[in-house]
Write a protein that binds this ligand. Structure first.
Ligand SMILES: C[S@@+](CC[C@H](N)C(=O)[O-])C[C@H]1O[C@@H](n2cnc3c(N)ncnc32)[C@H](O)[C@@H]1O
Length: 249
């Protein structure tokens, strides 16, 4: 099975923004989601976007007054973000998100890992390490915002596992999910029309099966206060806030 990086470089990166419904719709959706989570009230400063893709969160965060450090492994998606950055204060870096702490000095006011990036990590141990590192680098009042798909609670069966993601006259994107005890093998199928014929490109990668309760517990174990945790149609959103220890408040 290809690595996550190879999967994005070879298959998903070039069609990612289209697959997500197109740039304008995806940014509008993410801006609204961040607003609903309380963006207007969060302290400003450095925001770290872990697994930024083409920038569906980075752009709204910069527009809202954050200085954004955006990390991703996929160079084509980073190039797309740089093209769309304009004069916004966004530094787009190609690196493993687990190394995020080496790309800014001091503390972050906000760390986001959204759009189902968390499930790309290799193990639950990596998720624990990331959340602990994030909690350690947040300023007091800073937030850790996680958004991912719960692939653990409700397992699709039989033909339900074929998911029509997006289609138009010249391209069809379908996903097939193969459930394993601790992860799901995600098979992406992209049909592209080539004159009278259709070409099929395929690639697969693994996603962790995480629940909202499990990740919420990791947030509180890391010393953050749970501000928000909700699951809507399988989409989990969690916000943890760093408070002063009771002895100092
Ligand atoms: C599902 S996309 C989400 C992108 C963006 N946050 C969004 O909401 O559209 C996951 C992104 O994480 C990146 N990624 C996955 N594992 C990574 C890692 N270990 N380090 C850096 N980026 C990673 C992928 O290249 C991809 O761009």
């Amino acid at each position: 099975m290809p690595s996550v990086q190879a999967h994005y470089e070879q298959l998903l990166g070039p069609v990612y923004t289209w697959m997500a419904g197109g740039w304008d719709a995806a940014v509008t959706r993410n801006r609204a989601m961040l607003d609903a989570l309380g963006l207007a009230t969060w302290p400003r400063g450095v925001a770290v976007d872990l697994g930024c893709g083409s920038g569906f969160q980075a752009i709204p965060l910069a527009d809202a007054g954050f200085e954004v450090v955006a990390l991703d492994l996929c160079e084509p998606l980073l190039a797309e973000l740089r093209d769309r950055t304009g004069t916004r204060p966004i530094c787009a870096v190609q690196d493993d998100l687990l190394n995020f702490g080496t790309h800014f000095d001091g503390e972050a006011a906000l760390i986001v890992c959204m759009g189902d990036t968390l499930t790309h990590l290799a193990s639950v141990e990596a998720v624990v390490a990331l959340i602990c590192d994030a909690a350690a680098r947040l300023s007091i009042g800073g937030r850790l915002v996680l958004g991912f798909r719960d692939l653990a609670t409700h397992e699709l069966k039989g033909a339900q596992r074929f998911i029509p993601v997006r289609s138009e006259s010249d391209r069809i994107f379908t996903c097939f999910l193969d459930y394993r005890p601790h992860h799901v093998e995600v098979n992406d199928l992209v049909h592209t029309r080539d004159g009278e014929h259709w070409r099929l490109a395929t690639s697969a990668y693994r996603k962790l099966r995480l629940t909202a309760a499990q990740v919420s517990a990791l947030i509180t174990d890391a010393g953050l206060t749970l501000e928000h945790a909700a699951t809507e149609q399988g989409a989990v959103r969690i916000v943890g806030v760093k408070r002063l220890p009771p002895s100092l408040s």
